[in-house]
Write a new protein. Structure first.
Length: 527
């Protein structure tokens, strides 16, 4: 390896200091397996070329080009430069990025059999993240776990949870009234309370609740692990066998912490729900599924209980953070766009009136509020890059060869900000979804993009949409959200700036939240 290439490997813009030490320590192994991967990854079987992309370096390919900061922006730029299907190579691993909705539908919907698998990641295996059926290989085990989850969160079952969502938004409104400056925290507590109550029947969840903090830590670890290039062990699996004292083996400490947390997050809330029993528990996924389990002495009990535990853990771990970013973005959008807020408030006043809070069943009579929810989901795409897929068999598409074993990534942010689909996509404008006072079915629904595609579409999407809707409708009924002002009385500028996490969220910001009227205060207090 040349000196310049070696220096590039240790560039501060590519890897953390831990990984720099790691590369130095395992460089011979790194080179051997990189060369082996490149040799096995040659495009010899197809007469079609690979999709275009940035030129890589010898041996490491595009490993240093893979962005770690807001990768969706770089992938979109690559799409504009090379074409909307982009190919890069990281240590011999083909990665294909898609930026256009029609191409995603062609592959993930129409050819879903070939694009529904997940790449095997050693870090996830070592962290014991096997409870997440969303990351399981496509097959019978995945179908079994997903079926258990889906039976409680499909479109016709979700309304049973609407009373929970409508009840939990009341203490949220009280919290906003008494400490509006903590609105980011209150929003986290709201969504955590909803998901914990629906999953396990637990009430009165606090932000410092151990179960919630564990779920958030686990989700953040998962989000970090699936980013290409973040952990070398995902590209050179043999590194999982190096001893923990070896230089650069800090990832093993992460593995130990997360595997312990994973087991705790799956088992502890489930055992708590079992101890409470149906007589002392609120209706939830856990109470229903525990009741359906075979008797304790049945040989099938252990296996089926394991499936049930994992299915419920999926709901509470994934739901602990994924909806929060959308909720925070809603506050930001309303503070930045007071005219949107006024239109939504006028619709609430005309349809609901001042005497009660909105309910989820009011949704069909509130098209503009629905449009706001769609627009905030589009404007801030909480999962900007979909969870990676693995290509099962060699394929050809649009004159390009997509090799077996390639990792396929969908740039969901680029789709939701495609000017061919949405005029002026960087502007927050719910009216883009309205025509003649109704929702316009001709405009692509960004919530369909935000929750994935094909056989891997998120089964909790209906539940999540209901939670965001009741948040939005409640805010419009009760509060005015405004830009904060500095000491000189000037509005503090706001903009949408987000984290680079797999599950992205707006960076912390300030806004003023005040009740709309004395009647709104009274409604909060007596609800």
């Amino acid at each position: 390896m040349s000196t310049s290439a070696f220096e590039a490997l240790l560039s501060p813009h590519s890897f953390s200091s831990e990984l720099k030490a790691y590369v130095l320590a395992v460089l011979p192994v790194f080179l051997y397996f990189a060369a082996k991967s490149i040799s096995s990854g040659k495009n010899a079987k197809s007469k079609q070329p690979l999709p275009p992309g940035p030129k890589g370096k010898p041996i490491i390919g595009n490993m240093l080009d893979i962005p770690q900061v807001k990768p969706w922006l770089v992938y979109k730029q690559w799409g504009e430069t090379y074409g909307n299907i982009v190919h890069v190579n990281a240590l011999g691993q083909s990665i294909v990025v898609i930026n256009k909705l029609d191409q995603v539908i062609d592959l993930l919907e129409k050819r879903s059999t070939n694009y529904s698998d997940r790449p095997g990641l050693p870090m996830l295996d070592m962290m014991d993240y096997s409870f997440s059926f969303g990351l399981m290989p496509y097959g019978q085990d995945w179908r079994r776990h997903r079926k258990v989850f889906h039976q409680y969160l499909h479109a016709h079952m979700v309304p049973r949870y609407n009373p929970i969502q409508e009840q939990e938004v009341i203490p949220f409104a009280r919290n906003l009234l008494t400490s509006p400056e903590k609105f980011l925290l209150h929003t986290r507590v709201l969504f955590a309370s909803i998901i914990m109550r629906a999953s396990y029947g637990f009430e009165k969840v606090n932000y410092d609740d151990e179960l919630i903090s564990d779920a958030e830590n686990l989700l953040h670890a998962f989000a970090e692990v699936i980013v290409p290039g973040r952990y070398l062990v995902n590209h050179i699996p043999i590194l999982r066998h190096i001893p923990s004292w070896f230089p650069g083996a800090g990832f093993k400490r992460k593995v130990w912490e997360m595997s312990r947390l994973s087991e705790k997050s799956v088992c502890m809330p489930f055992e708590m729900a079992k101890r409470r029993g149906r007589e002392n528990a609120l209706p939830s996924m856990a109470t229903d599924l525990i009741e359906q389990l075979p008797a304790e002495n049945d040989p099938k009990r252990e296996e089926e209980e394991t499936v049930v535990k994992k299915a419920i853990a999926n709901a509470y771990v994934a739901g602990a953070d994924t909806t929060v970013g959308t909720g925070h973005a809603l506050f930001l959008a309303l503070a930045m766009n007071p005219e949107v807020q006024r239109k939504a408030q006028a619709e609430i006043d005309a349809v609901i009136g001042p005497g009660r809070l909105p309910l989820i069943r009011d949704r069909e009579r509130l098209p503009y509020v629905q449009a706001v929810v769609k627009e905030v989901t589009r404007w801030h795409t909480a999962l900007p890059i979909g969870v990676p897929r693995k290509v099962t068999e060699d394929d050809e598409y649009m004159g390009y060869h997509i090799p077996k074993g390639a990792i396929l990534m969908v740039n969901q942010w680029a789709i939701n900000h495609d000017p061919e689909l949405y005029d002026d996509p960087m502007t927050f404008n719910p009216d883009r979804f309205i025509k003649d006072g109704k929702l316009n079915p001709e405009v692509p629904d960004p919530t369909n993009v935000a929750f994935g595609f094909g056989r891997r579409i998120c089964p909790g999407r209906h539940f999540s949409n209901d939670s965001v809707f009741i948040l939005a409708a409640t805010l419009f009924a009760l509060f005015d959200i405004k830009q904060s002002k500095d000491e000189a009385g000037n509005p503090i500028p706001l903009e949408l700036d987000v984290t680079s996490d797999t599950v992205s969220a707006p960076l912390p910001f300030k806004c003023d939240i005040v009740p709309r009227s004395a009647a709104a205060v009274s409604l909060i207090q007596k609800s």
